[in-house]
Ligand binder design. Structure first.
Ligand SMILES: Nc1ccn([C@@H]2O[C@H](COP(=O)(O)O)[C@@H](O)[C@H]2O)c(=O)n1
Length: 599
């Protein structure tokens, strides 16, 4: 753990169950490789993780079983350790690269910016030459314009201890907001390609499908069906991500999937037993394959427990060195530099919106009206729209640092506007963006933020919108299977004869409700809309005739259609820059001016 991180407390634990092939899985770490410096439960850093996997590999060798370490993308964007450097990722690439990873693939956040795609291609892919898989992702070479696979399409290998043959694939969901130097081939198209058709006929003992894909999204379902049609009895292990949830899904009795949360809070564990060897067993149809899973809270106490080593023996030389690399990087980036002190906790989904404790109410009422201002248009009434997905994390009472600004909102999106829009037209846009209602009221799956958010147009889309129907602002679902950990509430106290529980993830998945390694008390959390809107510069006497319609550029694809739907005929020609600053800059500036420096 990093210096200054709070020490975790011992909690009731569920053990890991080992099988013949075991997986340790991270996903959606978003640069949190230094761990959580304000949450004891998640305070282990990437160095601790390196130590942990070294112990676990040794344990696997002693047991004569196999262990594979997997990462399924979105390693970038969301933490000062990544976003605070120039270029972004200057430190995290080498820190991440210290882990010995057997299978890894790309997430959508590795693809939003051209520079990120380039760095992935020139640093991470060659570093993990044997294990990086890009089944449906191409790279456009800047020098030649040639379209080439970002990495190998699939890998085939034999496991170290038992010699099982594995064919591993690495997908990203059908993402289409990727930078121009990358090409995402849809999963459906990919599966028609010759190499894929050969790969699924390789007759391995186990298929491993890694993917930056939510377990309930259509892509894993498609892949499962095609592999299963060609291989009736071969076990298939899916390792997914993107949805930021702990989850496990059963496809059939020989195919399971795990997703391992977000922000390096969770280390996923999946084990498979009863895998028949093709070379030895012709009756594989009869084999009973069992899958187990565990969601490990990422703190040193828990990692020591699972590794079965004492506190003094836990840190390996390599792991210790990685922790030091992180400490040095955080120092060089000045991430602990305090900008101000938050007077209270501000929650994304743990407080109702609108409410005093909601980060969105704070932005809407205090930050945006004050700090998203174009000085030349300051006297013109304005409506400013932000997608709630632009906010990535809570603010805790106390020091708000340079690091916090990136935890809250790391994106490079800036503010655009359309001037002088009739108020009667402009005011309807927010209603349209939010009119999809709560995700769980739709037939779509609740746990998939990007692809599955409902259309804000409730099936009445203007035709040009239909083509972008999965481009909706990130929608957080309050009723998803599991919830982010925060400190226990006083009123959650358990009776005297039960152990004191810490509030945290209480996951229910296709295998039941016993997946979390730490037994937690549950936490309530709430829905928030797709977008929020701030109003500023309005006259007191009456509504204005026209307003500037300001919006963060991420939501631009919906603005023109929404205006059209509201009776305003605009095109992208009417859109210009309002403020050349990111939300990160805006929040940092506001905090520096408004919050006290002593805490
Ligand atoms: N410039 C951006 C990029 C992304 N977002 C939000 O992030 C969501 C995707 O993040 P995941 O971790 O879920 O992959 C996306 O849906 C947006 O809400 C953004 O606001 N600005």
């Amino acid at each position: 753990a990093q210096p200054g991180a709070p020490a975790p407390v011992a909690v009731p634990m569920r053990e890991l169950e080992w099988g013949q092939i075991n997986f340790i899985h991270t996903t959606d770490t978003h640069g949190w490789h230094g761990g959580h410096l304000q949450e004891a439960q998640y305070s282990a850093d990437w160095g601790d993780y390196v130590s942990f996997t070294e112990h676990m590999r040794k344990k696997a060798d002693e047991k004569g079983v196999d262990l594979l370490v997997v990462d399924t993308g979105d390693r970038v964007e969301g933490n000062g350790l990544y976003d605070g450097s120039t270029p972004k990722g200057n430190y995290t690439s080498s820190i991440f690269g210290q882990q010995n990873i057997d299978i890894l693939c790309t997430g959508n956040h590795e693809l939003y910016q051209e520079a990120t795609v380039d760095r992935e291609h020139s640093i991470t892919v060659p570093h993990f030459k044997k294990s990086y898989i890009a089944s449906n992702l191409d790279y456009i070479e800047p020098e030649t314009g040639n379209q080439i696979p970002q990495a190998q399409r699939y890998i085939k290998f034999k496991t170290k201890n038992q010699g099982y043959t594995i064919v591993a694939l690495g997908f990203i969901f059908d993402f289409d907001r990727n930078a121009n130097n990358s090409v995402v081939i849809t999963v459906e198209e990919t599966m028609k390609q010759e190499w894929f058709q050969s790969a699924i006929r390789e007759k391995p003992d186990l298929f491993v499908v890694s993917g930056h894909v939510g377990l309930r999204m259509k892509e894993f379902e498609q892949i499962f069906r095609v592999i299963r049609d060609a291989n009736w009895y071969t076990p298939i292990a899916f390792l997914g991500g993107h949805a930021h949830v702990r989850d496990a899904r059963r496809f059939d009795d020989k195919a399971f999937a795990i997703a391992s949360g977000r922000y390096f809070e969770t280390i996923g564990w999946m084990s498979i037993d009863g895998i028949p060897k093709k070379s030895e067993d012709s009756a594989s149809a009869k084999a009973t394959v069992t899958f187990k899973r565990r969601y490990i809270d990422n703190n040193v106490l828990g990692l020591q427990h699972h590794a079965g080593v004492s506190e003094t023996d836990f840190l390996t030389p390599r792991g210790r060195n990685v922790s030091q690399m992180i400490t040095d990087a955080r120092k060089a980036l000045n991430l602990d530099h305090k900008l101000g002190c938050s007077p209270r906790d501000l929650w994304m989904t743990r407080a109702e919106y609108p409410n005093d404790g909601s980060i969105f109410s704070w932005l809407e009422n205090e930050v945006v009206p004050d700090a998203v201002v174009n000085e030349e248009r300051a006297d013109t009434p304005r409506l400013t729209i932000l997608n709630t997905g632009a906010i990535r994390f809570d603010i805790f009472k106390g020091a708000f640092t340079k690091d916090s600004t990136y935890l809250i909102s790391p994106f490079t999106s800036k503010f655009n506007y359309i001037p002088d829009v009739p108020y009667d037209v402009a005011k309807k846009v927010i209603q349209l963006l939010n009119s999809g209602g709560p995700v769980f009221n739709t037939e779509l799956d609740p746990s998939i933020p990007e692809q599955m958010a409902p259309s804000p147009f409730l099936g009445k889309e203007p035709t040009e919108l239909a083509a972008h129907s999965h481009h909706h602002p990130h929608f957080f679902d309050a009723n998803s299977a599991q919830q982010p950990l925060v400190a226990d509430d006083a009123d959650d106290a358990v009776s005297d004869d039960e152990p004191q529980l810490v509030g945290g993830y209480t996951t229910t998945d296709d295998l039941g409700d016993d997946g979390d390694d730490a037994v937690h008390s549950p936490i309530k959390f709430y829905n928030v809309p797709n977008c929020i809107q701030s109003q500023a510069g309005f006259p007191e006497a009456a509504d204005p005739a026209t307003v500037d319609l300001v919006f963060i550029d991420y939501v631009q694809p919906w603005i023109i259609p929404a205006l059209k739907f509201s009776g305003g005929d605009y095109s992208t020609d009417n859109i210009t820059v309002y403020l050349n600053a990111t939300l990160t800059d805006v929040i940092a500036g506001w905090v520096g001016t408004h919050w006290a420096k002593d805490c």
